[in-house]
Write a protein that binds this ligand. Sequence first.
Ligand SMILES: [Zn+2]
Length: 353
Amino acid sequence: MISYPDYLRLLPKTELHCHFVSTMQPARLLELADKNNVALASRDIDTLLDSDNLLDFLALFNAAHDVLVTGDDLAQLAYDGVRDAVAEGNLRYRETFINPQNFPGRSYADVVDPILDGLRAAEVDLGVGFGLVVAINRNLGASSATELVQTVIDNPRDGVFGIGQDDLSPDGTESPGAWVDAYALAGRHGLQRTAHVGETLAADPRGILVALDDLGCERIDHGYRSVDDPEVFARLLDSQVPITCTPHSTRVLSGWQFGPEHRIARMIAGGLNVTLSTDDAVFFRTDIGREYTDVLPAMGFGPDAAKQISLAGASAAWCEPGQRSRLEAAFRAEHLALDALLAGEPVEASPPG
Ligand SMILES: [Zn+2]
């Protein structure tokens, strides 16, 4: 018999919204900074991680790239990030955002190939499937984004599935309309597309429609502001486009507490196709297990909703269809086994109004 929190921790999980450097444990960040002579804002981990707004967080996020100097540093982090998430929350598949432009002076191959090596090794040892999503750095502007997409097209790699985003535009906004050319180019060359839209109260809910209609996105990252615009919400409900939600990041960056009125709770209760991820696990002091254990009970969701979210994460994966079907089947089988172990039936809360 197991408790509901253990059940949630043991549920098989995917993660479709995870920025590569944010899987680095703080001790490793300090160790690499020493090895590679990189100055950090602080040597104290608590001070380093003490960001409560997006701009502070992004300063640390960018510094974390600087400590990763050699190919071995990249491959080791790729491997360790998977191993940690298996232990923390039964991770079975992950798509990781990586932005080669955040590693100045190094080629696309210099960055992507060692990471793919590390992920392949983790797949062999731990059975965790993987893909990379190349992230446009919104701070670098539209022509840089198009250049990056062209680089992805010119350097095809097994395991690189599509494009997404990180950072913010120089004016601190999401500016989804700025990336139309880059996304059109990606679409013409068969790359999958996702975008960070509707994340904070500063974002326009209609950016979600821009991502769907003008950028051609097959997935949406964040999307919380959909709750504030009935037309946007209805569109996500009708289309069932997968949405990668990252609960702990909303608590750190927006101060939204986990309860039935949280926007993610309202998205789940309202029938949107929600998946859960960490976004920037270490910097938001979370892990893929805690995105379920800390969040779903507090929002009032029981095992049925949890299984649905777990399976939605498998169904929204961008790997080839055969691999995706195997993942879904494995998840269903594990759900049955976990249901049998669950002690008593937790009460499924009535859907939040
Ligand atoms: Zn993100």
